[in-house]
Write a new protein. Sequence first.
Length: 387
Amino acid sequence: MKISEENYRLIEQIPPRDEDEAAVVHQRWMRLSGDSTHEPDYLPLVVKGIDRNCPDEMKKLWPGHIRFTTEEQFDDPEKMLYEQLFRLVPLRRFPGDGTAVVMPWFGNAFLVSAFGLEMNIVDDTVWPARHLSRDEVKRLELPQDLAEAGLMPKVIQFIRYAKSVLPEHIPVGLFFMMSPYDLAYLVRGDKMMIDMYEAPEVVHHLMSLCTDLFIRATKLFKMEVGEPDDFYRYGPRTFAGGGHLCEDCCVMLSPELHSEFSIPYTRQALDALGGGSVHFCGDGRHIIDSYLDIPNLYGIEYGQLHLNGPVDQTVRKFTSHSKALNAPGKGSKESWFDYFTRIIGLLNHRKYLWASAWCFTDEKETGETLLETWHEIQDRTLKHGLN
């Protein structure tokens, strides 16, 4: 299949790593959590180089588009590929552990289209045109041929197009696979909060369907992109396990409701996929213990770690459960050296934490040494070996 000259020029700005370096980077991600007898040589650091002379690079890139609206991307895989490639170029300007991964972008809610729900594009993302009633939920079924349901054919079309034109060092991954609870909330809306008290059997029925949808869709798309079962690419990061659940709506639940209506289905999804990780935004302190008690949950990506209490306490809680998490953000007045020293100082070993950094491309000396500084501080602060 053809690829535009503009997209080809973007690909040329995303050079491959040599084979040994790629293997080391992959191992850094895979050894973040889990087996205590193995650790990475260094904790992973995602580094971006931003061109301040390019207005589009100065934009907040998620959500939203650079050039082509979501509606335009839906109907043209070439345009969706452009939006993806544009975001990947900054990852390879300076040394770092971020992986350039192209991802289908059909909005947060696209999976529920498999139930036959009409989807509308609002504010440049995708939402159900309406929520289903209780009676409609009771009659709801998941189609046997998931690949032909709702927006699934468009997702598969993009994956196949991207794989046909991209070089091997730019893989295709998945993105924003909403968890069973979030999918159920998208189907039923705010009334699901009342259902948990008035009609819990309806909620459990819907949760079972959404869990099946999440598992089947994840397996379908992983098969299409050719991603192995033992890791999952999510943006520039790589996580151990076969799946990544976006659970933003769960922070609205009490610990009791979360334990009854969400966590059992999260566990079921992780079991079916060989483990994985979770993302959520907001303050999840009241439900975090339920996650950390899941044996094959390898980590949590916080959208807003600063809302979840003192960072040092959060990190200690995670490390005591052998789980990984993303580092807190850098203070506006901190140097990168002071920031790295602060967050690495939260640890006793080279495990359980990854971080991100960025600088402008005209600050080349800083950008070229960020990863080296990150490593030097670990060498000075953290010992090798967990025993």
